[in-house]
Design a protein around this ligand. Structure first.
Ligand SMILES: C[S@@+](CC[C@H](N)C(=O)[O-])C[C@H]1O[C@@H](n2cnc3c(N)ncnc32)[C@H](O)[C@@H]1O
Length: 265
């Protein structure tokens, strides 16, 4: 058979961004991976992943709906639960978790409000799926943050709900196994009050500006400092905080984050 002289058209390959354990984001095909961006700052991460600032209108309800994250084909809840157990074990053996736990235990003796009646999680991301049409992989970050949420929830034993438009069915099922109720926008915003623990690692500034005036008793997230936001600066005037020790397993999952507690006058 004679070979055709016509050149075959290359088949376009879907590319993914994968963030490795050192905070590097790789653009990858099935054969190649190249270093693309070094993000050594939570804000930088936030801006390059799901930042919806362009999609939001600073608190009005007219948010553009983000599509649910795309899980790998064939992923089952059993497999996802195993992945979660793996991440939780690593989180629980970390110095970061030890510091959070110690602070929560001390917190019970602070003048700060001891009676947390709800935990509200905003902007966790998807522990199971790829974002932005399959280009961005932040699953490990969301898994570790979910592990942190689960341990904090176990500590307080109160109602927990989580809101993120990128949650897919598997994410919601995983949350359910942890007794975390997934809610739709804008329900979670309305639920935050002075007896809430607001769990918001990597949350959008526009969301924080909407949430923090509700004076949650505890906030896990940030950093809230140096944001050029009067609303955030006002919140900071009435709180104490603990900077979390570096999370060695995946630094940028909790980069520069803090536990903040409201100080009652
Ligand atoms: C910057 S990302 C942070 C994701 C993850 N926590 C991290 O640290 O990588 C902000 C998150 O807010 C979510 N988000 C956007 N609109 C939201 C809304 N109305 N309510 C809750 N989460 C929202 C996005 O889908 C995204 O997961």
């Amino acid at each position: 058979m004679p070979h055709s002289s016509r050149k075959k058209k290359p088949i376009p390959q879907k590319r993914l961004q994968v963030t490795d354990d050192h905070g590097w984001t790789h653009v990858t095909t099935t054969r190649h991976a190249r270093r693309a961006v070094h993000q050594n700052n939570a804000n930088a991460n936030a801006n390059n992943t799901n930042n919806t600032d362009a999609n939001t209108d600073n608190g009005n309800e007219a948010e553009i709906k983000l599509p649910p994250a795309e899980p790998p084909r064939g992923l089952t809840l059993t497999e996802l639960t195993e992945q979660f157990a793996f991440h939780r074990a690593r989180w629980e053996s970390s110095a970061t978790y030890a510091a959070v736990r110690r602070e929560l235990e001390n917190h019970q003796h602070h003048t700060a409000p001891a009676d947390i009646t709800s935990i509200i999680c905003i902007g966790l991301g998807s522990p199971s799926g790829f974002l932005r049409g399959g280009w961005v992989d932040r699953r490990s970050v969301s898994m570790y943050q979910l592990a942190a949420l689960a341990t904090v929830s176990d500590f307080f034993e109160v109602n927990v709900c989580a809101q993120d438009p990128v949650f897919n069915t598997l994410d919601k099922q995983l949350l359910e196994t942890l007794s975390i109720r997934a809610v739709d926008h804008p329900a979670a915003f309305e639920l935050v009050n002075e007896s809430s623990l607001l769990f918001c690692p990597g949350a959008e500034k526009s969301h924080l500006e909407r949430l923090l005036p509700r004076s949650p008793a505890l906030v896990f997230g940030g950093p809230l400092e140096s944001t050029d936001s009067i609303v955030l600066d006002t919140f900071l005037q009435g709180v104490g905080s603990l900077k979390l020790p570096v999370f060695e397993e995946l630094e940028h999952a909790f980069w520069n984050m803090r536990l903040y507690w409201r100080i009652n006058e």
